[in-house]
Ligand binder design. Structure first.
Ligand code: MG
Ligand code: MG
Length: 264
């Protein structure tokens, strides 16, 4: 069942998502060599709670019935998604995808940004740039009358043309009162196929793109997912509403990137 949202609900989703963006901007201030992902998690949880929201990831169950132990996912280098924050200091040249979710006033926010730690190799910087571009190409397809396959095709064609792998096992999703609602939003697909986009549809679009193979392994912690060839992966995510016929991006990278641009 797909729940189309009213204007009121879209505004609540916007507030929850802008809180995610503000949280990721706080993280942008301290991401550097020597910082641990647990420190990022502590900062994020405090910031989210100080703003009257709860971190939706904390306690979220996996298929084994185990609760996610942290407030953000921190996926370093070959970790594609769902990395558990830990005490290993980030190193110069790492990348870290920080995925964050909030529940504010009954509605969910969900967005992810992949950060560079210190000086990152040009080939990895290109992976990040292409992944983010593919997200915006997908958002450009978010027009009433287009289909989910148009979104998937936009991501897949952009990233595969660049020679990258497009992860199939994890997908974007509807979002509202629940973090994960119908429909699924794959990062691959054929133009003109799948469900039609309608006003009020709210979805998270989240390309997960690999430098090498798209084949994955699950880590023994039952959460983290890594590339089989251990080459890096990038992940960018926005929550959007189809609103007045086109995409209304409810999360924002602007607060994050204004911090990143200051420090460079
Ligand atoms: Mg997310
Ligand atoms: Mg998501």
């Amino acid at each position: 069942m797909i729940y189309l949202k009213t204007d009121d609900e879209i505004e609540k989703l916007r507030k929850a998502n802008l809180l995610v963006s503000a949280t990721l901007a706080e993280i942008a201030k301290i991401v550097q060599p020597g910082v641990t992902t647990r420190e990022l998690d502590t900062l994020a949880e405090q910031f989210i709670r100080d703003h009257g929201a709860t971190p939706t990831f904390k306690g979220y169950p996996n298929p084994y019935g185990e609760a996610f132990p942290a407030s953000i996912c921190t996926s370093v280098n070959e970790v594609v998604v769902h990395g558990i924050p830990n005490d290993t200091p980030l190193q110069d040249g790492d990348i870290v995808s920080v995925d964050c979710g909030t529940l504010l006033d009954g509605y969910c926010g969900d967005s992810c940004y992949t950060f560079c730690v210190g000086e990152v190799k040009p080939e990895v910087q290109r992976l990040l740039a292409t992944t983010k571009e593919s997200l915006f190409k997908a958002i450009d397809q978010c027009l009433v009358g287009r289909r989910l396959g148009d979104i998937g095709y936009a991501v897949q064609s952009h990233c595969e043309t660049a020679g990258y792998g497009v992860v199939r096992e994890f997908v974007g999703h509807g979002i509202g009162r629940e973090m994960h609602e119908e429909p699924q939003v794959p990062n691959y697909g054929q133009r003109g196929t799948g469900k039609q986009l309608k006003n009020g549809l709210c979805i998270a679009i989240e390309p997960m793109i690999t430098l090498g193979t798209r084949e994955l392994y699950m880590l023994p912690d039952h959460w983290g997912v890594i590339t089989q060839d251990r080459r890096p992966a990038a992940h960018f995510e926005h929550t959007i509403a189809i609103h007045h016929g086109k995409a209304d991006v409810l999360s924002s990278f602007d607060p994050i990137e204004s911090i990143l641009n200051q420090s460079h």
